[in-house]
Design a protein around this ligand. Sequence first.
Ligand code: GCB
Length: 648
Amino acid sequence: MHAGLWAALGPLLWACGLALQGGMLYPQESPSRERKELDGLWSFRADFSEDRRQGFELQWYRTPLRESGPTLDMPVPSSFNDVGQDRQLRSFVGWVWYEREVTLPQRWTQDLGTRVVLRIGSAHYHAIVWVNGVHVAEHEGGHLPFEADISKLVQSGPLSSCRITIAINNTLTPHTLPPGTILHKTDISKYPKGYFVQNTNFDFFNYAGLHRPVLLYTTPTTYIDDITVTTGVDQDTGLVDYQVSAQGSEYFQLEVRLLDQEGKVVAQGTGGRGQLQVPNAHLWWPYLMHEHPAYLYSLEVRLTAQTAAGAVSDFYALPVGIRTVAVTEHRFLINGKPFYFHGVNKHEDADIRGRGFDWPLLVKDFNLLRWLGANAFRTSHYPYAEEVMQLCDRYGIVVIDESPGVGIVLAQSYSNESLQHHLQVMEELVRRDKNHPAVVMWSVANEPASFLKPAGYYFKTLIAHTKALDPSRPVTFVTNSNYEADLGAPYVDVICVNSYYSWYHDYGHLEVIQLHLATEFENWYRTYQKPIIQSEYGAGSIAGFHQDPPLMFSEEYQKGLLEQYHLVLDQKRKDYVVGELIWNFADFMTDQSPQRVLGNKKGIFTRQRQPKAAAFLLRERYWKLANETMYHLSAAKSQCLENSPFSF
Ligand code: GCB
């Protein structure tokens, strides 16, 4: 949080039971830090008992899991749903148990000057963690990291290994994000005793498990806990405001150095906060907006402290992109230049691994984004893995960073309990992603029932809180409401609107799109005078289905629908439309329903990342948009040609 604001708001947030303790710096190796990844096979058991609580009653965390019953091998990271052949496990709702024995380096268990931390990148949804049978952490929320300092546990005995047990429950309630409800079917003439199903109001499969890397890392016992960087530009000088906090001792010194990509020190400072000035700074530009996009400096932070055990040092290097973001009545500006989002909405979703993090998939997706000429995506509908955000920084792919606030449609989900949780999730999200130059806007929700009465207060509070946490970025939520009924719209900086003309209504009638869309844009702009992003639009198509004249679900219909949208977008982007994000990058899995054919087929790529006809259409359009609208374009394009493995 910005220092001044923290001073003003901190006590208030604490009073509300909010404000997180400690930072959440991405674990990295440095001369003072080590890490040990725990990816691979874990032991696993789903608790199929009627109330799903047998694991707690029999204390499965007390002894190795294999001693309390049969276990399965479960890969981490991965969703547990699609790796097996068991239909009941695929749709399981309740507690599942993961366990892993880890051998620790001797130094970690014997050197009392070493702090050992267990970090879980994401456990969907509610997780409880034990180490050697001792409770060490509990976390709610399926898409953000959490940690436990386990030094005392691993340093207290002769053991050179530890046993990590993680119980995870994917049950959603009206107060979780996303919300959901459990429906008990009590008519025993039709359903077995105790039968229940989970209902949700979002359109993706509720994958569960340990979705992101689990790891152990070390720091010294006096350590750099958090770093916050915001950047500005004054003519040719880059301004880097930094704030560093430390834990473990009150007596320490901090030194910071900013290095350019050649390793040259361009600015330095001392103390916990300050401003670094970088003459002739290389700015961080989005992909296709500059001949050298995504320039990253490295902020090297060094802590030194005198402790009872002697001198201690800690080092952390944070990538820093110097850039500014601003919103006017009709433009979105990056480094003072109009920026037009031409990109996609994604999901973390793939065959077999479900929502599990996977490097080959990640690299493939970024190669496809660059092939497409996409300069942006929205993390629909939850925060993505930290490794994804890091690649966005490195490649210059601009991000609208969305919370898991999707499917907020029940009145109960606007209660104070829900709001408090949503505020907490925004804090966790901002804490994790605040230093990524690629993140240019926060999205607090997707398609909430923002016409319901409590929505006005809810979004006013949520957006104000997010802005207080991070005054350097605009805030929005994504709506599909009518402009007149939307009670949250007055509080957003940018109107992000989803529409599905000629798909969910006027089926097959592509000819109505232009009028519908133009009227809608005009209404929103006249009412709010804020820039607009077409944050979703699209049509389903089944790869290989062809029909001419186009019929729904053919590749031709998907293409034809996009073309109609593009005609209007081309008109309105001259005025106040500042972006278009296709729904969706790739086909993805959903719950089963008569509307979905093995998932949602609105991808321009298949789930296996092969292009449909629409991908070629968009590729042509995005490169054309880059040519027309981007700053210093000719230079940018030749640079891309040089650097890219593809021919454009
Ligand atoms: C939407 C939702 C998205 C759905 C999409 C669709 O408005 O935001 O989650 O998947 O429509 O395909 O219906």
